[in-house]
Design a protein around this ligand. Structure first.
Ligand code: HEM
Length: 81
């Protein structure tokens, strides 16, 4: 079972910059990826998803459809929608 907090979409959308923190959602999970932004192999493009859903971008950039990418993302999980 997960004791992670539940966040609203409205709260996620507030975290859309490096100053406010960068949160994203993926399949019902909420992730604080602020610390990962500067390590992203795809550079600043990651900020396009800031405050919103990864799904449309990861559909475009299929390089993310790999177990090692999902494992990396899971390290940043802070809650659920
Ligand atoms: C590559 C993670 C969001 C665009 C990668 C790779 C990882 C990664 C691990 C390297 C994959 C590999 O080569 O095996 C993430 C994570 C994200 C995220 C954890 C969100 C939390 C995004 C977004 C975009 C994006 C939103 C585009 C809008 C790219 C591109 C590459 C890439 C273009 C290829 C870079 C290259 O090889 O030249 N990402 N990504 N990523 N990502 Fe992301």
């Amino acid at each position: 079972t997960s004791d992670l907090p539940v966040y609203t979409l409205e709260e996620v959308t507030k975290h859309c910059s490096l100053d406010s923190g960068v949160w994203v959602t993926y399949k019902g999970g909420v992730y604080d990826i602020t610390e990962f932004v500067s390590m992203h192999p795809g550079g600043d493009k990651i900020l396009l998803a800031a405050g919103g859903s990864l799904e449309p971008y990861w559909a475009l950039y299929a390089v993310h459809q790999q177990d090692h990418v999902l494992e990396l993302l899971s390290e940043y999980k802070i809650g659920v929608l």
